[in-house]
Design a protein around this ligand. Structure first.
Ligand SMILES: Cc1cc2nc3c(=O)[nH]c(=O)nc-3n(C[C@H](O)[C@H](O)[C@H](O)COP(=O)(O)OP(=O)(O)OC[C@H]3O[C@@H](n4cnc5c(N)ncnc54)[C@H](O)[C@@H]3O)c2cc1C
Length: 510
C-alpha cells in the first residue's frame, strides 16, 4: 500500500532544487544556481504576489536601505546609483536581475509553503504550498532545499502590549504595516523607537507633519554622511567601466568597514567622538547636545549603526521639527502616551518602529522521516546547515555588513556542494557532530556580547544551537568568512554523504 507521503509525491512537480522566497537572497541564489549548475532544474516558491521580500513589505515614508548598494547589491550586477537606495530602486535593480537572467520563468508567486517533509527512503523533500489564486494545496518534490525565507514574520510585526492601547483615539500603526495612503500632513506624529526604521521615517515625517516626537527607551548611534561615493564618482569621471567601478568600490567599502568595525571594539570612545563631529558638521551646531538623547549605553556596532544621510534627523531636531524623549512608555492615553516620568506626548498618529518578530524558517513546519524538527534541538553548521536535517541550506546574511555579501558567498558554497554530490553520486548530504565534538559545550545561536538586537534576543529559543568551534558557530563576521567559506573542505569529517562520513567507508551507526 502506498504511504501518504508517496501518494502526495505522485502528483507533485519535481525539481532538483527548490528555493524558498523571492527576496534578495532567493533571487541571488537562483542566479548562482543557473550560472554555476546550469543542468539543475529549480523553482522558487514565493507567498507574495511579487519579488523583493523586505523591499516589497515595507512601505513607510522614505523606506530605503541602510547599507550602501555597492555591497548590498550582488557581486555580479553593478550598482550604478547613489549608494543608499530607496526600496523602489532596489526593486528595480532586482527586477533587472530577474528579467536579464530569465529567472521569472521559475518563480511561482502566491504560493505559501505550509510544510516541508524529508523522506530518507527516497532522499526527497516534499513541499506543500497553498496557492493563493484558488486556495489549492500544491505539492512539489525536490532533492535539495535552499531556504531564502528571511528571518522575520512579514505579516505580524513586533508590537509590545502597552497598557491603555485601547483608549487611544488617534491612529496607531506599526511601521511594517504602514499604508502609503495615510495622510500625516499637518499632523502631530509620534514615532516609538530609535533604530534604523525610526531614523528613516522621522526626517520624512518632519518635512510635512506639524511636529514629530521620537520616543526611545535608549539612544542609538547614528552615522551621518553624504549619500555619495567619491571614489565611484571619480572612477566614472575618468571613464572606468561599471563592472570595474562596482568591483573596486565594493573592495573600498569592505575595507573601510573592516577598519571601522575593529576600531569600534578597540577605541569605541574615539569612534563616538568622530560620529559627533559629523553631526556638528551637518547641523552647523558646534554645541549640539548629545546628552541624554544621543549617547547610547552600548558600544558602537554592537547593534547596527543607523545611517543618517546628510545628518537629516539631527537637522530636523535643530530646526525644531523633532523632539526626542528618552524614557519608558508607561501607558497610552486618549490623546497619546504618558512616559514613566509623567511626560505627556500628544499625537494624532503613533508609529511603532518597534521591530520584528523573528520567524524561524518562514514558520514552515519541518519533518524528517515523520519526526517534527525542533530547530532548537539542532546544532548549526556555520549558520547555514543543521544537524539532523539533510539536503538543506539556509541563507542568513550579515547584520554588520551587507546581507547580500553572504548570499553570493553561500551561492558558491551550495553550488560546490551540489557538484560534489553529483561527482560522488550521492543523494544525501548532511552535517553531523564528530567524535571530537561530542563533549562540546552548546550555547545559544549568537552571543549577547557579539550582537544583541531585540528581535534576536526575544527569539533565541527558536533558533538552533551553537558549539564552541568555528564549524558549529554562526560568527556573523564577513571578514573571517570570506577566507573560511571558500576554503571549506567538503571532504571534512563533519559531512556525511549518503550516511557515510566523508573520509570513512562505513555508514554511521543509526
Ligand atoms: C526596512 C528594512 C531595511 C533593511 N535594510 C537593510 C540594509 O540596508 N542592509 C542590509 O544588509 N540589510 C537590511 N535589512 C535586512 C534585510 O531584511 C535583508 O538585508 C534582506 O533584504 C533579507 O532578504 P531575504 O531575501 O533573505 O529575506 P526577505 O526579504 O525577508 O524575503 C524572504 C521572502 O520569502 C518569502 N517567504 C517567507 N516565508 C515563506 C513561506 N512560508 N512560503 C513562501 N514564501 C515565503 C517572503 O514572502 C519574502 O518574499 C533591512 C530590513 C528591513 C526590514
Amino acid at each position: 500500500m502506498a504511504t501518504a507521503a508517496a501518494e502526495a509525491r505522485r502528483d507533485a512537480t519535481h525539481v532538483d532544487v527548490l528555493i524558498v522566497g523571492a527576496g534578495i537572497s532567493g533571487i541571488g541564489s537562483a542566479y548562482h544556481l543557473q550560472d554555476q549548475c546550469p543542468g539543475k532544474s529549480y523553482a522558487i516558491l514565493e507567498m507574495k504576489d511579487s519579488f523583493g521580500g523586505t523591499w516589497d513589505t515595507h512601505k513607510y515614508p522614505g523606506v530605503r536601505s541602510d547599507s550602501d548598494l555597492y555591497t548590498f547589491g550582488y557581486r555580479f550586477k553593478p550598482w550604478v546609483g547613489a549608494p543608499i537606495a530607496s526600496a523602489r530602486a532596489i526593486l528595480d535593480y532586482m527586477g533587472e536581475v530577474i528579467t536579464e537572467n530569465g529567472i521569472d520563468q521559475h518563480i511561482h508567486y502566491g504560493h505559501r509553503i505550509t510544510s516541508a517533509a524529508w523522506d530518507s527512503a527516497s532522499n526527497l523533500w516534499t513541499i506543500e504550498a497553498t496557492r493563493k489564486a484558488d486556495g489549492a494545496q500544491v505539492v512539489f518534490t525536490a532533492n535539495f532545499l535552499w531556504m531564502c525565507q528571511g528571518y522575520y514574520d512579514h505579516e505580524t510585526p513586533y508590537l509590545p502590549n502597552w497598557p491603555g492601547m485601547a483608549n487611544y483615539k488617534g491612529l496607531l500603526v506599526h511601521a511594517q504595516l504602514w499604508d502609503p495612503k495615510i495622510d500625516y500632513k499637518g499632523k502631530k506624529v509620534l514615532v516609538i523607537g530609535s533604530g534604523a526604521t525610526a531614523a528613516t521615517v522621522i526626517p520624512e515625517f518632519a518635512k510635512d507633519a506639524a511636529h514629530v516626537t521620537m520616543l526611545q527607551r535608549s539612544p542609538t548611534y547614528f552615522y551621518c554622511s553624504e549619500n555619495k561615493n567619491e571614489l565611484a564618482d571619480r572612477l566614472r569621471e575618468v571613464g572606468i567601466d561599471e563592472p570595474t567601478v562596482h568591483r573596486v568600490v565594493r573592495a573600498q567599502i569592505m575595507h573601510d568597514q573592516d577598519v571601522i568595525t575593529k576600531r569600534c571594539i578597540a577605541e569605541p570612545d574615539v569612534v563616538f567622538e568622530e560620529l559627533k563631529m559629523l553631526v556638528r558638521a551637518f547641523t552647523g551646531k558646534e554645541d549640539f547636545p548629545f546628552e541624554p538623547h544621543f549617547t547610547p549605553k552600548y558600544r558602537p556596532w554592537q547593534q547596527r549603526l543607523a545611517f543618517c544621510p546628510e545628518g537629516d534627523i539631527f537637522r530636523a531636531a535643530v530646526a525644531g521639527k523633532l523632539t526626542v524623549v528618552t524614557d519608558e512608555l508607561d501607558t497610552f492615553t486618549e490623546t497619546g502616551v504618558r512616559t514613566r516620568d509623567g511626560t505627556e506626548i500628544e499625537a494624532d498618529i503613533i508609529v511603532a518602529a518597534t521591530g520584528f518578530n523573528l520567524l524561524m524558517m518562514g514558520g514552515i513546519p519541518f519533518t524528517v522521516d515523520g519526526q517534527p524538527v525542533d530547530w532548537h534541538d539542532t546544532v548549526n553548521y556555520r549558520g547555514m546547515m543543521f544537524t539532523g536535517v539533510p539536503n538543506m541550506v539556509w541563507v542568513m546574511g550579515y547584520f554588520r555588513a551587507s546581507w547580500t555579501l553572504r548570499v553570493d558567498m553561500l551561492g558558491d558554497f551550495v553550488c560546490d556542494l551540489l557538484k560534489t554530490m553529483d561527482r560522488k553520486g550521492a543523494h544525501r548530504i548532511e552535517v553531523a557532530l564528530r567524535d571530537e565534538d561530542r563533549d562540546m559545550a552548546l550555547s545559544d545561536w549568537i552571543e549577547n556580547e557579539n550582537f544583541n538586537p531585540g528581535y534576536l534576543m526575544r527569539g533565541l529559543k527558536l533558533m538552533p544551537k551553537s558549539g564552541d568551534k568555528p564549524e558549529w558557530r554562526h560568527n556573523q563576521d564577513y571578514w573571517a568568512e570570506r577566507e573560511e567559506i571558500p576554503r571549506i573542505d567538503l571532504e571534512g569529517s563533519e559531512f556525511l554523504y549518503d550516511g557515510v562520513r566523508a573520509g570513512s567507508k562505513a555508514p554511521e551507526p543509526a
